[in-house]
Ligand binder design. Structure first.
Ligand SMILES: [Zn+2]
Length: 142
């Protein structure tokens, strides 16, 4: 039987959008409380679930209270820090406070894609719908 499940999770992260227009405030390191909705459409499996909500929470909560860094910028100076030179700025951030995402920049669009792709690995046949609110009225949806 096919069914929809949905959950929402709020996480806090820091990020900066190094690809934004040079005059954009989004280039500066700043934070958001992202509200993330995940909708999964699929068959009810033998365990009685379309997808365990815990799987969704595990994927999303990996980002919580971290600084999100595009893999294009990530370079470890040593085992403890990321040493990032971008747009004339130099960031040195503790590795344990960061998560590197396989995205060209850290935007709500790319976060939505990342979450969708990670969940698709867990449930290859499910239809996934991810909505990432950066602010109360602004979101990316896939
Ligand atoms: Zn932002």
């Amino acid at each position: 039987m096919n069914m929809n499940i949905q959950t929402s999770i709020t996480i806090s992260t820091a990020h900066f959008v190094h690809t934004a227009n040079p005059s954009s405030k989004c280039r500066r390191l700043h934070g958001h409380n992202w509200k993330i909705f995940v909708n999964v459409n699929g068959n009810i499996e033998n365990d009685g679930m379309v997808m365990d909500y815990t799987c969704i929470k595990n994927v999303v909560n990996k980002l919580d209270h971290k600084t999100l860094i595009s893999e294009e910028l990530a370079s470890k100076k040593d085992i403890d820090v990321h040493d990032i030179h971008v747009n004339g700025k130099h960031y040195v951030l503790p590795v344990e406070d960061c998560i590197i995402l396989p995205t060209p920049s850290i935007t709500s669009e790319n976060i939505a894609l990342y979450i969708r792709d990670e969940l698709q690995k867990i449930a290859p046949s499910a239809k996934l719908h991810v909505k990432v609110y950066e602010t109360e009225g602004s979101y990316a949806e896939i």
